[in-house]
Design a protein around this ligand. Structure first.
Ligand code: FES
Length: 273
């Protein structure tokens, strides 16, 4: 069993952090890898990229937004309660090396996924500039951790309640106009990763994105997580979750992510009754 040893609510309770006792995963996990969690025996299998690991304490940290029935169940679990299953670490780890100047772009709960990658890139000797975006100041997460994981930090909100009034892409364009950047890592909503990749492609800057498609087994058997990258089919669970941002078919990914929206809505309504 995988006990919740710490639980925090963020963004007015819409985003939840769980630190979970999972020593074997914590010892092996690398930045960029994910786990699949089940709250109970019959529960849906939900893939989440780890926001942090503590190998000494034997814990992993996940951060998720409550959007459907399963994340609502996750969010209702308290310290001392157990996840039925936590499987991982899964997927390929981020390739961390000294590249020079790196820009990390995070949006929404993608910031949680970006956190260990940003920290590792800084530790590897890169000069790291981070751009964080959210709809408003209350939905911004991990500002303190991202500040210490970066050399320079920019904040953007859609409504202007904090930092730059506008999108992360506005700030990214400014940076790319002024200096030579060696690598961009973008993790967040699909439209954000799509537009970041369009901008960096024009400038010829290598870009890494982390995809979170629908997954079932997480081991390359079911095909549920297939994405088109550079015209070929890849399975995000074993070939990713990170891919060349310039080669991903974002429109197909968006379509596949909404395939079960109607069923998810019914399921969430049933769980409210
Ligand atoms: Fe089944 Fe990737 S989740 S193949």
């Amino acid at each position: 069993m995988f006990e919740i040893v710490n639980r925090e609510e963020m963004a007015q309770g819409t985003i939840v952090l769980n630190e979970i006792d999972a020593p074997r995963i914590a010892r092996k996990a690398k930045p960029g890898q994910f786990v699949i969690l089940q709250a109970n025996e019959k529960g849906e299998r939900i893939p989440l990229t780890m926001a942090d690991v503590d190998p000494e304490k034997g814990t992993i940290t996940i951060i998720y937004m409550i959007v459907g029935k399963s994340t609502k169940v996750f969010g209702s679990m308290q310290v001392g309660e157990n996840y039925y299953a936590v499987i991982g670490p899964l997927g390929k780890a981020t390739h961390i090396e000294k590249r020079g100047k790196v820009v990390c772009v995070g949006g929404g709960t993608g910031i949680a996924v970006l956190h260990p990658i940003t920290r590792a890139l800084k530790e590897a000797g890169n000069e790291v500039t981070t751009i964080l975006g959210s709809r408003n100041k209350d939905l911004l997460i991990l500002e303190d951790k991202m500040t210490s994981a970066s050399h320079h930090l920019h904040i953007c909100t859609d409504d202007g309640s904090r930092g730059h009034h506008g999108f992360v892409t506005d700030v990214l364009k400014d940076i790319l106009a002024k200096e030579k950047i060696d690598l961009v890592v973008a993790i967040g909503p699909v439209p954000m990763m799509k537009f970041v990749s369009m901008i960096t492609k024009e400038k010829g800057v290598e870009t890494l994105v982390s995809l979170n498609p629908i997954m079932v087994d997480g081991t390359g058997m079911c095909g549920g997580c297939r994405v088109s990258v550079g015209g070929t089919t890849k399975f995000a669970c074993v070939d990713g979750p990170e891919f060349d941002g310039h080669a991903v078919d974002y429109d197909e990914l968006s379509k596949r992510l909404t395939a079960y929206q109607a069923d998810e809505k019914i399921s969430l309504e049933e769980c409210k009754q």
